[in-house]
Design a protein around this ligand. Structure first.
Ligand SMILES: Nc1ncnc2c1ncn2[C@@H]1O[C@H](COP(=O)(O)OP(=O)(O)OP(=O)(O)O)[C@@H](O)[C@H]1O
Length: 281
């Protein structure tokens, strides 16, 4: 089967600065991948390129993005099939969030807009079947009781779970989540991560999540991709990430990170050495 997400030599510049620098990667259907890296390393830009919300540079490599074989963009231009590709790409973005004045239910029903006629969608004429599906998705993420509330009445974590329910209703086969737990308290953050991973596991949905918190990346994901200055500097199992690598990756800000327990001072230098400093694979 075609990859859930495939990037072929993608570069994105802002002025002279390369936010994403010659990145290629492939993510299998159902695979769960955490994207880590210091602030400004290019995680959000990469996710925006993957979804077609940002265009790669023209004339720098093939700059091709495909999802399940359907082109999203190539050569710095959106593909003709991008709408078809977007139908199966769910977005859990803070800046692409919910419409606060609309009900939670309506926000979830937005997930079916790609499948139904524009007029019916614009008028909000969703049928009983669609409403049942939306309610089931809300129940699945644990917030069905809030279905009738306005989205803005929900907490940050609950709103993220509404976005996850929307992706479920959409029938997404790939979910891209850009810092879904930034600014959430630890309990809500855990709830959102649990919901994302359960969704992926139960429905075979590929998941790419950018995270600041390394401990969440290693606890929830088998595969971690680390970025530094727009480049992929590590792509492999979370178990191969070492304390020294993290210090190198995050530089001066490393101390601010909540490091996974195995990287706390009790980890012996020998253990760190055995794990080895890893580089891009
Ligand atoms: N629209 C834009 N215009 C100009 N520069 C941008 C724009 N978007 C991103 N950048 C720059 O590109 C680089 C990568 O930014 P990006 O947001 O992708 O990083 P990030 O790893 O997601 O950071 P953070 O963890 O802080 O969200 C940064 O230097 C940023 O300032």
């Amino acid at each position: 089967m075609a990859a859930a997400l495939e990037l072929d030599r993608v570069t994105k510049s802002y002025g002279a600065m390369r936010a994403v620098d010659d990145v290629s990667l492939s993510i299998a259907p159902g695979e769960r991948v955490a994207l880590i890296g210091a602030s400004g390393s290019g995680k959000s830009t990469l996710i925006r390129i993957a979804s077609g919300l940002a265009l790669a540079d023209r004339g720098v490599g093939p700059a091709a993005v495909r999802s399940f074989g359907v082109p999203v963009q190539a050569g710095g231009r959106l593909a003709g099939e991008v709408r078809r590709a977007r139908r199966h790409i769910g977005l859990v973005f803070q800046q692409f969030a919910l419409v606060g004045r609309l009900s939670v239910m309506t926000n979830v029903l937005v997930g079916v807009l790609g499948r139904i006629g524009r007029l019916r969608g614009t008028l909000g004429l969703f049928n009983a079947d669609e409403r049942r599906t939306a309610l089931a998705a809300l129940a699945e993420v644990g917030i069905a009781v809030h279905a009738g509330k306005k989205a803005r009445q929900l907490s940050g974590g609950q709103q993220q779970r509404v976005a996850i329910a929307r992706a479920l209703v959409q029938g997404a086969k790939l979910v891209l989540a850009d810092e879904p737990i930034a600014s959430l308290d630890p309990k809500s953050a855990k709830r959102v991560m649990d919901t994302l991973v359960t969704m992926s596991r139960d429905h075979g949905i590929a998941l790419v999540v950018s995270l600041h918190q390394v401990d969440y990346a290693t606890a929830y994901f088998d595969r971690v991709i680390a970025m530094n200055a727009g480049r992929v500097v590590f792509d492999g199992p979370a178990s191969r990430i070492t304390a020294s690598f993290l210090t190198e990756l995050y530089g001066a800000s490393a101390e601010e990170l909540i490091l996974p327990s195995q990287f706390q001072p009790s980890a012996t230098p020998a253990a760190t050495e055995r794990a080895g400093l890893v580089s891009a694979s």
